[in-house]
Design a binder for this molecule. Structure first.
Ligand SMILES: Cc1ncc(COP(=O)(O)O)c(C=O)c1O
Length: 419
């Protein structure tokens, strides 16, 4: 849209003037915050009929019934008030026990575990307690859209550290070193990765740890997809030598237990960090949703079989979608975690935004352009496979039709037979 153009009946200049007038009240931080590149596609898709979407980054499972029942029971039992600010003690204990069992790390439920409103709140708190205005955070990308936005919201400056498909989306010690200044405070990592599905090898984890140690940086490790790994083992960053004391690990119930709407996440970190985060949390939130905490308690105590059932199902869909992309000539890095595939669209001759817009318009298939997750995502698209196998097959059919229509691939025998 250019000045002078009209949008409906409204002149663009008038809209721009109105925005400027409103913005005079708002902080520069908020005015400068870019809208999420993901939302736009959902908004467009929502206006269309018969859309197939691989855009949504949340489980298609409903929360397992025993966990739902625990949440419902808590209401019937009259647990409708606030809880202790840091979260119900039994839940903090359950989280500490689960982490000890899985990783051999012990956190004190009294002051090293904090229950939050999803990893979203935990991430903001972690950044807010570390950053003074102008401090820098190394943000490994492509990454979750909130990462740079929340660094800015917390007063800091995100310094993006790119990764590439050629290097299996592994961040290297050198890439981090090259971006360190006197203002660098922390490294923000998120593996298994949204959007690439990459996990970090031990060798690369050790490189990150070495930089953190040498440069005295804090590591914020968002491990929300820790339970969703395939033919691989998840390594909790704090288990690396010397890292427990300088790492804030974030995780939660949303993805592993299909509990996005219950809004429960948690932080495990040395008490200096958790107590600082607690200071803000008690003013901002009081306590995470009470019903959600009771449901989460059931999940950490008895949810293992449910997690494993969902993980195996994602694994089947992962193979289906990755094979499909590769068969259609869109080279797809093999994701080892989370529920996203991140194929390259380099051979289509289109940029990722045009590709997604035209695909949505002509085939009503919603994927997300890689650039929404950072500059190094250009030339890729994100496809979530947290959806039924039939939906994935239909998505691949539509994609094939699109690629044939653009002359990227020749029609396959199957495609020619189908109407
Ligand atoms: C990497 C990552 N971190 C955090 C979140 C937000 O999680 P929560 O629902 O716990 O706030 C998401 C959601 O998509 C994510 O992909």
């Amino acid at each position: 849209m250019k000045p002078g153009q009209s949008y409906g009946n409204v002149e663009i200049e008038a809209i721009v003037e109105e925005i400027k007038l409103m913005n005079r009240y708002l902080s520069k931080t908020v005015v400068n915050l870019r809208p999420s590149g993901i939302r736009r596609y959902f908004d467009i898709a929502a206006t269309m009929a018969d859309v197939v979407t691989l855009g949504i980054g949340e489980p298609d499972f409903v929360t397992p019934s025993r966990i739902v029942a625990a949440g419902q029971q808590s209401l019937s039992d009259g647990h409708t008030g606030y809880t202790s600010n840091a979260g119900i003690y039994e839940l903090r204990l359950g989280i500490a026990n689960l982490i000890e069992k899985r990783y051999g790390l012990r956190y004190a439920p009294e002051n090293e575990v904090l229950v939050t409103v999803g990893v979203s709140e935990a991430l903001f708190l972690a950044l807010k307690v570390l950053l003074d205005p102008g401090d820098e955070v190394l943000v490994v990308e492509p990454c979750f859209v909130a990462n740079p936005a929340l660094v800015e919201t917390a007063g800091g400056i995100p310094v993006m550290a790119p990764t590439s498909a050629a290097n299996d989306f592994q961040v290297t010690g050198d890439a981090l070193e090259a971006r360190i200044t006197t203002r660098t405070k922390a490294i923000l990592l998120s593996y298994p990765s949204n959007p690439t599905g990459a996990i970090l090898t031990r060798e690369h984890l050790l490189q990150v740890a070495a930089v953190a140690e040498a440069r005295d940086l804090v590591v914020i490790s968002d491990e929300i997809y820790e339970r969703l790994v395939y033919d691989a083992e998840h390594i909790n960053f704090a288990t690396l030598p010397g890292m427990r004391e300088r790492t804030i690990v974030l995780s939660g119930m949303s993805k592993s237990y299909a509990m996005t709407g219950w809004r429960i996440g948690y932080v495990t970190a040395p008490r200096d960090f958790t107590e600082a985060m607690y200071k803000i949390h008690q003013y901002l939130i009081m306590s995470a949703p009470t019903m959600g905490q009771h449901a989460a308690l059931e999940a950490v105590r008895h949810g293992e079989d449910d997690v494993e059932m969902m993980r195996q199902s994602y694994d089947r869909r992962r193979r289906l979608i990755v094979d499909g992309f590769n068969r259609l000539g869109l080279t797809c890095f093999e994701p080892r975690g989370a529920f996203y595939a991140f194929p390259s669209i380099a051979n289509t001759g289109m940029d990722d935004e045009t590709f997604c817009e035209e695909l949505l318009e002509t085939e009503r298939l919603a994927l997300i352009p890689g650039r929404a997750f950072g500059a190094s995502g250009r030339g890729f698209v994100r496809a979530s496979y947290a959806t039924g196998e039939d939906t994935i097959r239909e998505a691949l059919r539509r994609l094939e039709r699109f690629l044939v229509s653009r002359g990227v691939i020749a029609p396959s025998a199957e495609a020619m037979l189908s109407p």
